[in-house]
Every structure is written in C-alpha cells, then in structure tokens.
Design a protein around this ligand. Sequence first.
Ligand code: UD1
Length: 373
Amino acid sequence: MSTIVHVVGARPNYMKIAPVWRALTRYEVDQQLVHTGQHYDPNLKDVFFGELPLPAPDVELHIGSGSHGAQTAKALAALEETFVRLAPDLVVVPGDINSTLAAALAAVKLEIPVCHVEAGLRSYDRTMPEEHNRRVTDHLSSLLLTTCADGNENLAREGIVDGVRLVGNTMIDTLEEARGPAEQLGAWAPLGLERGAYVLVTLHRPALVDNPALLRRTIEALAGLSAYRPVVFPIHPRTQARIDDLDLSLPSSLRMLPSLSYTSFLSLELGAAAVLTDSGGVQEETTALGVPCFTLRENTERPVTITEGTNTLIGLEPERIADIPRLLEMADTSRRPPLWDGRAGDRAAVAIAELYGLSLRVPVRAHAPGERG
Ligand code: UD1
C-alpha cells in the first residue's frame, strides 16, 4: 500500500489539510501526520486537533521557535530523518509557513514527490517570509493544487504548467463543516456583545507587530474605533509579547482575549459587523462568510478576496482605521469565488489518487442473513 505523509506546523495548516486527509481515507493508502512543532502553544496547536476532523499527529518533531534560518534548518533536518524512516510515496504540504518549505525541500532531496495544497498564491512582496516559502515550495512540487484561477495564472507566468490542478479552497471545506456548531455557540453572547454589533481584530505579522511605534499607533486607532463599535481582539502569543512591552492603557470597549479555538474564533467571525486583520486565512474565511474584511497590509496574495469577495486592503497606516465606519456602508458581501464550495478536499483527493494510481477502498458491508460471504 502507498504511504502519504502530511506535514503541518502552525495553526492555519490544520484547516487546510483536514479535508484532504479525510477525503483520502476513502482510498487504499496509509496516511501519516507529522507536526514539526513550529507552533507549540496548546492554544495554537492542541486545541485544534480536538475539534477538526484530523487525528493527533503520528510524529511530533518539537522544533519550536527561532530565527527563520534556524527554524527552517531544524525542520529540514528533522523531516529528512522522518521521511527516511517512513519512506512515503508522496509528501503533502499546505500553505506557506517555514515548515512547508522545509518539508518540500527535505522530500525532493530524497526523490519523494511533493503535493502543495494552496499553490500559486503570490503577494509579489519579497519582504514577506511566506512569499519565499510559497514560491520555492511551488517550484519543488509535482502536484500543485490551487484555490483560484489566478493561482494557475501566477504559476504559468513562472513556467509551471504541468501538475497544476484547480481544486478550490480546502480551508472553506473546514469552515462549512464548522459553521453550524459556530452559529450555535454564539461566542459573542458570553462577552456581553450582540451579533452584528462588534468588530473583530487579529494581528500577528512581523511587519506590523514587530514595529513598536506602528503597533502603538495601531492599538490606539483600535481604541478609537471601539467608540463606534466594541472591538474584540484575540491575541496571537507573538503579538501579546509585543503589546506587553508597550505599557498602554486601553478602554474597556477594546477587549483583548487569548488566542481562541477554531470554532470560537469562527463564531466571533460570523457574528461580526466587520473584521480587521493582517492574516491570510481570515481574508478568505470572511469572504466565504459574507462578512466585510479590512486588511491591514499593503498587498495580498489573495486578490480574489477583493475582486470576488468582501475584502478591502486599507494598508498599514493606522489612520485608515478611522475610515472603517464609512467604508462599511459601501461593503459588498454577496460574492464568493468559484469552487469555494466545501468540496475542495474531495477534488484534491481525486487529483492525488489519479496522479499516484490510488484505488478506492472497497466498502466493507455487513452480510445479509443467508447471503454467502
Ligand atoms: C507563522 C507563519 C505565518 C502564519 C502564522 C499563523 C512563518 C514564516 N510564519 O507565523 O505564515 O500566518 O504562523 O499563526 O512560518 N510563538 C509562541 N508560541 C507558539 C508559536 C510561536 O509564543 O506556539 C511566538 C514566539 O515568540 C515566536 C513567534 O511567536 O518566536 C513567531 O512564531 P513563528 O511560528 O515563527 O511565526 P508566526 O508569527 O506564528
């Protein structure tokens, strides 16, 4: 039987890989899940395995934090050893984090083919570590599963045409599955908020949070926005550490929370009047939910969320945050990109099965009385 190894390392990876994993269980293949340990906080890691249709990792590598070079190198060395031991026929990597790049590089050097889930995204911003990670991973991959047509176009511009399959957005499969429970949870109520009457914020990118003056002005602008609508801000540990250094006094209408579980965050997202973020995945989720999103970045690798979704780039200047009440009046929340339909994991599994000759498992059926086995 063939073996497929999936490599994850940080929070957004789990939502992207879970639907592919699940769809592949219908095929004759042994799947193994490897976690590099890039994220190690229980709030960024363990909590997700309890709530997503993903088993606990078979292998944990505990690489931890570090500079980009050190973190990628540790993951590369540990993954090489793991791949030698597990001898997979295919390595599947989602997204654009340091663990993604390390896994793709370790695999190809061992002549193991790589499938990249969420291929073809480009911000064309070479100051973003993720841009290098996704670009190199695409060039190392044999099967490139894209979320939208502009992903295919970006790849074609770089000469990558073979092995590219537009399957849609697997992260939206996970969202569709969790939407009912997230609605039911109503995570706004215990915070004393009304549905549709608060703004949700997430910030973690180094370009913003590692610049103390910019972070201070951004937080002050959020405090100003909270006079318009209460602002809820679940905080990534990286951002929390930087805010702790700033010694700010904040109004109670700006609610800081620890990082949340997937269902709790999704619940706050779908109940929000608007979301402010610098995350990639949140731009996509808000588009799927029809919630207006304002992205605190100068560019996005996900332009489809602007052209066919609810996203508006407002840039890094904190003064723009004060425009949000006015921008919200004009928000168009009716669009959704094609193939963001909750079936992308199935299409990903079909693409993998076709390329690697996997056959469907024969369903095991109880014998009817008198039927010969
Ligand atoms: C990483 C990804 C980013 C993704 C994000 C999701 C890269 C280059 N970046 O960014 O693309 O959007 O995950 O969250 O791979 N830390 C903790 N606990 C943890 C993990 C990190 O406290 O469990 C803190 C540490 O101070 C660490 C810092 O966060 O140094 C950065 O963590 P790292 O995983 O390197 O990058 P993220 O900012 O999380």
